[in-house]
Design a protein around this ligand. Structure first.
Ligand SMILES: [Zn+2]
Length: 221
């Protein structure tokens, strides 16, 4: 499905409102972006979700220049642009400081194979990108390297980030990362988790590849 630029602007507002409503974000801390032509649309810097409109989203072109006359883009625009440039499989990127993911990120504890839904991240664990200053090119590079083809990671002393073939899916992954962070945190409070094995996680990854509604064969149509 292809979306118009207006559709994409509306999707960004919708994701920011959902993140706030679902407790993934507080205040102005989260941001999200979506590929748009040769550039991207990204949430503006320092605007609370309730005040966002489709027109307040900022277009950043392929050279990294923001559209003139508009708001300044999120301070994390380099990280979003770097991800979209280097991950052609990604259309949308969601970043937030959700509570439990941030607790683990501040304790430098990656999420191990604690539950089968960890595999939603695209791997058997959810790793942590090393700390760099927010908004820096170094942080963008650290996140890209840590993701290593996966869909989500924690960011040391900062939060989490998720990407996907569409913005709604990126939000769903970020929500699941937060859920798994909460589950892992909870197990640490009662003696630690009993982890799934590498073989079990590989089976889960294979099953996720088959998950969903079966495609109709022509004779069923
Ligand atoms: Zn942040």
């Amino acid at each position: 499905m292809s979306f118009t630029e207006q559709d994409l602007r509306e999707q960004l507002v919708d994701v920011m409102l959902k993140m706030a409503a679902r407790g993934l974000n507080k205040g102005t801390s989260g941001n999200c972006s979506v590929r748009c032509g040769e550039g991207m649309l990204i949430t503006p810097s320092g605007v609370v979700p309730d005040a966002l409109t489709p027109q307040s989203m900022v277009f950043v072109d392929a050279s990294g220049a923001a559209a003139e006359g508009g708001l300044a883009p999120s301070s994390e625009w380099r990280m979003h642009k770097g991800l979209l440039d280097r991950r052609p499989d990604a259309q949308g990127v969601v970043h937030c400081h959700s509570h439990y993911a941030t607790v683990l990120a501040c304790a430098h504890r990656p999420i191990p194979s604690v539950h089968y839904m960890v595999a939603v991240s695209g791997g058997p664990t959810i790793e942590i990108a090393p700390y760099s200053m927010f908004g820096s090119a170094e942080l963008a590079e650290a996140v890209i390297e840590t993701l290593d083809g996966r869909f989500a990671c924690l960011m040391a002393n900062h939060g989490q980030i998720a990407l996907a073939p569409n913005l709604g899916r990126a939000l769903a992954i970020a929500e699941q990362v937060e859920e798994q962070a909460a589950v892992y945190w909870g197990t640490l409070a009662i003696g630690g988790p009993q982890l799934l094995t590498g073989e079990q996680m590989a089976d889960i990854a294979a099953a996720f590849g088959r998950y969903g509604q079966p495609k109709r064969r022509p004779k069923d149509a």
